[in-house]
Design a protein around this ligand. Structure first.
Ligand code: SF4
Ligand code: SF4
Length: 373
């Protein structure tokens, strides 16, 4: 079982698209965190995982240190491998916290929306000033301690024209694992902006092709994740977004939710509480798991089923208020993105590009001849 601990609702930034609850000094107590970790260890089958989340979890680095030791000891008692994750804006890293993450195998992802113009359009400090400089000056140290640092990048209507320069900037800084996500909730997605987004994706496709042909090793989730769903079997509803089967989020007050998105000030979020750390998981968890596995009514017969993000009940809820109702913007986005990814795949397949074949086909050799021709 993976438990995501919302150690604090506070943050040193004020990103414009932040879906976390309003910034406040509410923090998870040590007792609550210990009970949540006990749950991860107790319900772990082959392993357990503890993820530190916020707000900004590095505001509570002392708690992270204590909880890491507690989790390691608990896992040792059950002879269970324990994994750690940390989601951070990266601005508060110090040599000490970086060394601690390295020494305890805490894998982390930092939020970085691209170059200065892209990043500062939404990721601002309480003063309104951009936070780009705060994270940029930490990057050398971050990569020194963790060369496999993952970057999560949110695409908004304000950044559509900076997709390529942003990835070029991150590449130039040494970052090789980049995951994009669209801000589906933004009100300014117009057809014209979507056209510019598609143009940006096509530029990125050129970048991707060039880097694969040069033999570079990297992960650009935007295309790699879609290529993976082409090569491997399409996934079934509930496989990825498991809604509390194998992963849960714990709010500072100890209530358990199926995903970080439900640790929210929204009034309807309370309906998605699936237990608490004192009493464990409730029957509501099973109800929601079953609901999230239901077919999305508008998707029947679509060629993109099994490759589309429609599986994400959390994103659906965040944007439409219902787990199984896919927002039209997500549908339009998937219909635009998947063909671009497949064009990349077709091109590299027809070249029999060795790096591409190794990256995407090594473990799927039996399906080799049926793909991309
Ligand atoms: S860094 Fe994360 S938690 Fe903080 S304001 Fe930005 S999105 Fe929200
Ligand atoms: S592309 Fe649209 S219709 Fe097709 S599976 Fe995705 S959300 Fe459903």
């Amino acid at each position: 079982m993976k438990v995501v601990l919302h150690l604090t609702l506070n943050c040193n930034l004020r990103c414009k698209y932040c879906y976390a609850p309003a910034k406040r000094q509410e923090a998870m107590s040590t007792d609550t965190a210990h009970q949540a970790i006990d749950l991860a260890v107790r319900l772990g089958e082959r392993s357990a995982c503890v993820a530190f989340f916020g707000g900004e979890p590095l505001l509570r680095f002392d708690a992270i240190k204590e909880l890491t030791g507690y989790a390691e000891a608990g896992a040792r008692r059950r002879s269970l491998p324990m994994h750690f994750r940390l989601a951070t804006n990266g601005t508060l890293f110090t040599e000490e916290s970086l060394a601690f993450c390295r020494d305890h195998d805490i894998l982390f992802a930092i939020s970085l929306d691209g170059d200065e113009a892209a990043h500062d359009s939404a990721r601002v400090q309480a003063s309104g000033k951009g936070s780009f400089a705060l994270v940029d000056r930490k990057l050398d140290a971050i990569l020194e301690y963790n060369p496999h640092t993952v970057v999560t990048t949110v695409i908004t209507p304000a950044t559509v024209d900076r997709l390529l320069p942003s990835v070029e900037y991150m590449w130039g800084r040494g970052l090789r694992y980049i995951v994009h996500q669209l801000d589906y909730s933004h009100p300014d997605w117009t057809p014209a902006r979507f056209e510019r987004l598609e143009a940006g994706y096509r530029q990125l496709a050129g970048f991707y092709l060039e880097r694969v042909r040069s033999g570079a090793r990297f992960h650009l989730g935007l295309f790699d994740d879609k290529l993976k769903t082409h090569v491997a079997s399409p996934f079934k509803l509930g496989e990825i977004c498991d809604f509390g089967s194998r992963r849960v989020s714990v709010a500072p007050d100890g209530r358990i939710f199926p995903c970080v998105r439900f640790v929210s000030d929204r009034a309807d979020a309370a309906d998605y509480c699936i237990g608490d750390v004192e009493h464990g998981l409730s029957a509501r968890r099973d109800e929601l798991v079953a609901e999230n596995r239901r077919e999305r009514p508008q998707c029947a017969g679509c060629a993109h089923l099994g490759r589309c993000t429609n599986y994400c009940g959390c994103l659906n809820w965040q944007t439409t208020g219902a787990l199984t109702t896919v927002p039209p913007i997500m549908c339009a986005h998937e219909r635009m993105l998947i063909p671009i990814a497949d064009e990349i795949g077709n091109e590299l397949w027809s070249e029999r590009n060795a790096h591409f074949l190794q990256k995407h086909y090594q473990e799927h050799a039996e399906r080799f001849v049926y793909s991309f021709d």
